[in-house]
Every structure is written in structure tokens, then in C-alpha cells.
Design a protein around this ligand. Structure first.
Ligand SMILES: Nc1nc2c(c(=O)[nH]1)N[C@H]1C(S)=C(S)[C@@H](COP(=O)(O)O)O[C@H]1N2
Ligand SMILES: [Mo]
Length: 320
């Protein structure tokens, strides 16, 4: 039975640990060297196990100019050190632990309602796609936002590779469970593995991407490396990190946070400033790294590309 408890990332930003405290803590544990900032990247990498060091490196691609984020990029050090990743723990500062996650070898199993079940090695998948850079806003349900350049490819391309049957209505993402490296997995009240899903029509939307890079570098483990989902018009919890299995189904999956508390976190989770979370407003968001609060936009500013998908859907909680 699930006991109702308060989770770190459910706490509205005003009540959460102020970032200045996190920054202070970071400088205590080694400042720039520990962060791998310019000039010290080599030292930082030397501290990682061989697999992790090998995985670091460039992952750049031409920018898709259609999507302009409309606000400055979040400083890299904030994006690399302020994360939600419950497999590693409930705190924002799990990056040092996460950076040890071995990402080689990595493969993705494709199964369920598909022409042919199979497992593809990460590097073989990369050979079948054309990478591009997408400059996206990201809006966490906790009322904070970041702005980041992802390197990746349309999720639609993964669907072409997977060849789902026409009976498939949902695509479901299951994510890594590495007990040795992910201490959060021993918190047994969470319904591991972290699971997310989309309807097929959402998955075919051009905005939905699979990311393998960030800021022109291979995706770091704390940001979901080596491979994650990015659906920028939805609350951040939909964008599952560290994908190991993609399943096609005719049934809606029970996703991770909906299973934890379906009243607070649903399947659709589209961003809407007018629909408050049961315990806080969604009208505004704090921009991490800028000490600035801005109004939240409907569909996180992506209505032009996504609103039509939901026109015929009535009587469902589209915004939670
Ligand atoms: N596997 C997994 N994916 C996850 C999460 C998680 O805990 N585990 N957290 C989600 C949440 S709540 C957010 S806001 C984003 C955070 O991504 P970032 O740390 O790269 O900014 O990842 C999402 N994907
Ligand atoms: Mo989030």
C-alpha cells in the first residue's frame, strides 16, 4: 500500500531549498574543478570511471530554426547540477552520483505491438537517425523553468524504426534500473521503473524528440544520458530519462507519477498556467540561474504546434 508522503520535487520552489544554499554547498565540495568548468574539464573527467570518461564528448548538429526559445539559455552549470532524477534520490543535487552511471554498453528494446520485437544498440540507433539541435523551454511541474539546446532527433523517426502495428495507441517508455549506481531504487514505495507514455498522435508531433546531447555535448547521465524523451509542451516529468525499453500498446500505461498520486499528476500533464496544481499555482515559473520569475505560457508556449491535437478530447484532465 502506498503511504501518502511529500516528495522533494512536489514542494513549490518558494518552500524548497533556495538555490543560493545549493550553490554554497557546491563551492564547498570543490567549486569549478568538481563542476568540470572551462579549464578544469580534464581534472573532472579523471575523477570518473573509464566508461563515463569515454562517453563524454561532442554531440552537435545544425539548429532547427523553427523553434525559438524566446529567452536566454540557462547557464550550463545550473542545468548540470540542478536535476530531478529520483533513481538517484529525491534531492536536486544528485549530479555527482549520477555522473558515475555507466552508459556503455547501452541498448534499447522495442516490443509490444510492433512488427518485430528487437533490441538495438545505442550506437546502431544513432546511425539510423539525422541529428538536429532544438532550442527548447522546459517547465517542471514544481514551477521552475530552464532553456536549453538539445541535440536529438524527432520521436517520429524512432517510430518509423520501431514499426508499430496499427492497433498501437500508446508508446510507453521504461527507464534504466541500475541498482548498483542508483540508490533511489531501494526506496520501495516508488513504483520502479520510472515509466512514461504518450498517445501515438502526440508521439508523432514534430516537437517530441529523443535527445542524446545537450549544449553540443553528449547527454550527461544527470540529464538523462545517453538517451531520453523531450516533450516541451508538457510538465517535465513526462520527459523520461535513460530510456531502455520502448513498448507499444493499445492500453494507456499507468505512468510513474500517476501511480504515486494520480490526483496530483496525470497522464496528459500539459502545461497550463490557469490550472493550479492541487497544492500550488502554476501561473508563474522561476527561471533557474537567473533569479527571475516569469509568467507560464499555455502549453509552455508551444500551443501553435500542439493545441489542435487536444481539440476533440473532452472530460479528461488534460492539464495535470
Ligand atoms: N527516469 C527519470 N526521468 C525523469 C525524472 C526522474 O526522476 N527519473 N524526473 C523528471 C522531471 S520531474 C524533470 S523536471 C526532468 C528534469 O530533467 P533535467 O534534470 O535534465 O532538467 O526529468 C524528468 N525525467
Ligand atoms: Mo519536474
Amino acid at each position: 500500500m502506498l503511504i501518502r508522503r511529500r516528495f522533494g520535487w512536489e514542494i513549490p520552489e518558494a518552500a524548497a531549498t533556495p538555490e543560493s544554499v545549493a550553490l554554497g554547498r557546491r563551492s564547498l565540495i570543490g567549486g569549478a574543478a568538481a563542476l568540470g568548468l572551462a579549464g578544469s574539464a580534464r581534472d573532472a573527467r579523471a575523477a570518473l570511471p573509464a566508461e563515463a570518461a569515454e562517453f563524454a564528448g561532442p554531440m552537435s548538429a545544425p539548429v532547427d530554426q523553427r523553434y525559438q526559445p524566446g529567452r536566454p539559455f540557462t547557464p550550463t552549470e545550473n542545468v548540470y547540477t540542478y536535476n530531478n532524477y529520483y533513481e538517484f534520490g529525491e534531492e536536486k543535487g544528485i549530479w555527482r552520483q549520477a555522473e558515475r552511471l555507466p552508459m556503455q554498453p547501452w541498448s534499447i528494446t522495442i516490443d509490444g505491438l510492433v512488427a518485430k520485437k528487437r533490441t538495438i544498440a545505442f550506437e546502431d540507433l544513432l546511425k539510423q537517425v539525422t541529428l538536429q539541435e532544438r532550442l527548447y523551454r522546459h517547465r517542471c511541474v514544481e514551477a521552475w523553468g530552464i532553456t536549453i539546446p538539445w541535440t536529438g532527433f524527432p520521436l517520429k523517426r524512432l517510430l518509423e524504426i520501431a514499426e508499430p502495428l496499427s492497433a498501437a495507441k500508446y508508446v510507453i517508455f521504461y527507464t534504466a534500473e541500475n541498482r548498483r549506481y542508483m540508490p533511489g531504487l531501494s526506496e520501495a514505495w516508488y513504483p520502479w521503473p520510472y515509466t512514461e507514455g504518450l498517445t501515438m498522435f502526440e508521439a508523432e508531433n514534430d516537437l517530441a524528440i529523443i535527445a542524446v546531447g545537450l549544449y553540443g555535448q553528449k547527454l550527461k547521465p544527470q540529464n538523462g544520458g545517453p538517451i531520453r524523451l523531450v516533450v516541451p509542451w508538457k510538465y517535465g516529468f513526462k520527459s523520461a530519462k535513460a530510456i531502455v525499453r520502448v513498448t507499444f500498446s493499445d492500453k494507456r500505461p499507468l505512468t510513474f507519477w500517476a501511480e504515486v498520486d494520480g490526483n496530483e499528476y496525470g497522464f496528459w500533464a500539459n502545461v497550463n498556467p490557469a490550472v493550479p496544481h492541487p497544492r500550488w499555482s502554476q501561473a508563474r515559473e522561476r527561471l533557474i540561474g537567473f533569479d527571475k520569475v516569469v509568467p507560464t505560457q499555455i502549453y509552455n508556449g508551444y500551443a501553435e504546434w500542439v493545441a489542435d491535437m487536444y481539440k476533440g478530447i473532452k472530460g479528461q484532465q488534460l492539464f495535470r
